[in-house]
Design a protein around this ligand. Structure first.
Ligand code: SAM
Ligand code: SF4
Length: 498
């Protein structure tokens, strides 16, 4: 079936979702928002010279799974001693183990539409890019994409949309329903997370009804002036509409929300502080912080002003600084999930893994229709930006198994109502760990039996053996139920969880 191309600029009479000022001022009270650029800059300056003991005390606080205060994070960001950084790297890994154990949750992004009315200077979907072939997937195409994703064993996806009247809440809700309804044999997608433009509370209530997992909006940059520069026009130029997107989601009843910053637009230390302030603000208002934090770096994107603009050269984040920012985020918000995407090359993903990562995508394609249609992996014209890790899900699982990690396809949390504050309390208290471990093993068993080649299976069996003995020893009360489910899965049943 031929893809239907759409003229991106012909928005014509289509109803465009307006920004509802009242849904900003209800949180700001007509005052400034919670990101105070001067305060952040001065905290970073002031903590220039924290002494070793002070830094070690902060690390200890993180290790007791307590979220840091801004001045503490600022002190960590300014550490100059390499040995202290090594201590922070080690502690970041320890925190991850205490809260999330040796699990890595995996997922695939599914891009549904590249129509967009915004002008973000870093993104190939920007409206000025006349080279981009614009389309949104039809129901038939969505089923094909979903089947292709299911065929490698994924159970969790994140759907991604441009910001356009043709990909409004009605389209988003329809596409989510189509994906949940698609089956490939006995497989189906069990959790859909969403990355879309900020919405109004009414639209978010409709989104909630579709049965999503997490709602994700990246602020891109928390620095007000830079935000204006990189979002010169369109709805996205409104900083506060975006900053309060997740407040509105919470208000609409979506309690798993995800924040992120696009590193490389402004000073990386400032952005880490911005993410922390955002987490604190969500905690204060709703009693629960972000379900996950993302920290993508800007990648080359065809026909974008940023790519050619030397003004951004000194903002680019080196691999060394990238590892530092990952560790500081882990130490600052110990309870949160951390997503390391395929934007980064395989080598760096491997290195950063031990610094606190909890989720990774794999078999990733970010063009519209690129899972099911003939597609050259690195074809720039069809994707939003150039990805760094093009390995298959099986390759990633094999690598993780070799390093002692179990890949989890668990989607039990939100289906059992363990979301929002409930899951965050359980994670911080170390309780959720065992439910997650059990469900990770059950879903890993499914994947190994349904999708693994011989070599990966061999590696995976070793991981499973170790996990089973840990469950038996540490949670004997849950063991009988677990082993019953495990045997039933071995005998062909699917989607059993605790
Ligand atoms: N259009 C929606 C929006 O802007 O909110 C959905 C998001 S966009 C399709 C997904 C995310 O990709 C953006 O929030 C941005 O952080 C990231 N992104 C855009 N261009 C990028 C680039 N050149 N390199 C890396 N990430 C990029
Ligand atoms: Fe459009 Fe989102 Fe890309 Fe900006 S980042 S141009 S809003 S798709």
């Amino acid at each position: 079936m031929n893809a239907q191309l759409i003229n991106n600029s012909r928005v014509g009479d289509l109803p465009f979702d307006e920004i509802k000022e009242g849904e900003i001022t209800q949180f700001t009270g007509n005052k400034k928002d919670f990101i105070n650029d001067d305060e952040i800059q001065s905290l970073i300056k002031k903590s220039w010279n924290a002494d070793t003991q002070e830094v070690r005390d902060i690390i200890q606080k993180s290790l007791s799974i307590k979220r840091l205060e801004p001045e503490e994070t600022a002190a960590l960001l300014n550490v100059k001693d390499n040995n202290l950084w090594e201590e922070m790297f080690y502690a970041a890994g320890e925190i991850k183990k205490r809260v999330y154990d040796n699990r890595i949750v995996t997922f695939a992004p599914l891009y549904l539409s590249n129509l967009c009315t915004n002008s973000c200077v870093y993104c190939s979907f920007r409206k000025e890019n006349a080279q981009e072939k614009r389309r949104r997937l039809t129901g038939y195409e969505i089923r094909k994409e979903t089947e292709a994703i299911l065929s490698v064993g994924h159970k969790r996806i994140i759907v991604v949309y441009g910001d356009h009247p043709l990909s409004n809440i009605d389209y988003i809700a329809d596409t989510i329903k189509t994906i949940y309804d698609t089956k490939a044999g006995t497989s189906r997608i069990r959790r859909i997370n969403v990355n879309s433009a900020p919405m109004s509370v009414d639209d978010l209530k409709i989104l909630k009804q579709t049965g999503i997992g997490t709602y994700q909006v990246f602020q891109e940059t928390y620095h007000h002036r830079t935000y204006r520069e990189v979002h010169p026009s369109g709805k996205k130029s409104n900083y506060q509409w975006r900053l309060y997107a997740l407040h509105r989601a919470m208000e609409a009843g979506i309690d798993d929300v995800a924040i992120g910053a696009l590193f490389g637009l402004y000073d990386w230390k400032f952005e880490v502080m911005g993410l922390l302030y955002h987490a604190i603000e969500l905690e204060r208002n709703f009693g629960v912080g972000p379900h996950t934090i993302s920290f993508p770096r800007v990648k080359s994107a065809a026909n974008t002003p940023l790519g050619e603009n030397p003004a951004y050269n000194d903002k680019r984040v080196s691999d060394e600084d990238f590892k530092k920012l990952v560790a500081v985020i882990r130490l600052s918000v110990p309870y949160t999930g951390m997503i390391l995407t395929a934007r980064e090359p395989a080598r760096l993903r491997k290195e950063a893994l031990s610094l606190g990562i909890t989720q990774m995508d794999a078999s990733t394609r970010i063009g519209i229709g690129s899972y099911s249609e003939n597609y050259n992996k690195q074809e720039m014209k069809r994707q939003q930006f150039l990805i760094g890790d093009t390995r298959s899900l099986e390759e990633l699982i094999g690598e993780l198994a070799g390093a002692g990690y179990i890949t989890s396809f668990c989607t039990a949390g939100y289906r059992c109502g363990r979301t929002g504050k409930c899951i965050m309390d359980m994670l911080s208290g170390g309780k959720e760990r065992w439910f997650c471990k059990i469900n990770a093993v059950l879903t890993y068993r499914e994947w190994l039996d349904d999708f693994a080649g011989n070599e990966t299976k061999m590696l995976g069996e070793k991981v499973i053996k170790k996990e089973i003995s840990e469950i038996k020893e540490s949670v004997p009360a849950l063991y009988p139920k677990f082993i019953e489910y495990f045997e039933r899965i071995k005998n062909g049943e699917r989607d059993l969880f605790i």
